[in-house]
Design a protein around this ligand. Structure first.
Ligand code: FES
Ligand code: FES
Length: 240
């Protein structure tokens, strides 16, 4: 059973109707805290910064050519750390040369060495999709991939989706559709969504979309809005 069930999120017997599980019911969007901060306002503030900084199957590298701008030199940071293996790869258009341990995981290198913390560590076992990045145009769970395997690769993280200060249509649609609650899964959802929308093998109907996105788990159960956002982005990308 996939988490992207038709008709919205799946529920277990112990979960409440609002999808919040055993946690207290979420406040209404317009319910202000004692400090005057509304839930919507809070989410918009973190969403704007998160999506902007960020700015989520298989597909050809060609269809994501816009993710591979000419490489620019990396800041001096990365090669300084220790490690017996040297890898060169391009991340979001920036060329990096890194010394890494043989067991260094790509996710950890992206987050801890390159400080690209938009990519999240959820399960660390290839089961949740929070760590999804694109490698040469293909979606990869970066928690399952060793950095030494990526010498010469083009990598795109969620920070590389936006172009020239403009959100990717998928990011914009997630924003407009409130397609997140805590936001922890969101970068992985968006990376997978971009990949799915470029994959001509995935039909455009909701059922096929849910199936294609089933590797990305949202513990908050925002599936209904995520599907709506991706379909909205599909339409806008077609018209662009
Ligand atoms: S953290 Fe990689 S799949 Fe969950
Ligand atoms: S928005 Fe919280 S896990 Fe998806």
């Amino acid at each position: 059973m996939t988490a992207y069930n038709d008709g919205g999120r799946e529920s277990s017997p112990g979960e409440s109707a609002n999808g919040a599980g055993s946690a207290p019911a979420a406040p209404r969007d317009d319910a202000a805290s004692p400090g005057g901060v509304t839930r919507r306002g809070f989410l918009q503030s973190i969403g704007a910064s998160g999506l902007a900084v960020a700015g989520t199957s298989m597909m050809s590298a060609a269809v994501l050519a816009d993710e591979a701008p000419p490489a620019t030199p990396a800041p001096a940071e990365a090669a300084n750390a220790s490690g017996p293996y040297t890898v060169h790869f391009i991340v979001n258009g920036v060329a990096h040369k890194l010394n890494v341990e043989p067991n260094a995981v790509l996710l950890d290198v992206l987050r801890d060495r390159l400080h690209l913390t938009g990519t999240k560590k959820g399960c660390d076992h290839g089961q949740c999709g929070a760590c999804t990045v694109h490698v040469n145009g293909v979606s990869v769970n970066s928690c399952l991939s060793l950095a030494v395997m990526h010498d010469g690769d083009q990598i795109t993280t969620v920070e590389g989706l936006a172009k020239n200060g403009k959100l990717h249509p998928v990011q914009q649609a997630f924003w407009e559709h409130d397609a997140y609650q805590c936001g922890y899964c969101t970068s992985g959802q968006m990376m997978s969504a971009v990949a799915v929308l470029h994959d001509s093998r995935v039909p455009a109907d909701d059922h096929s979309l849910r199936e294609a996105m089933s590797g990305n788990i949202c513990r908050c159960g925002a599936y209904k809005n995520i599907v709506a956002a991706i379909q909205d982005a599909r339409g806008k990308m077609r018209r662009a």
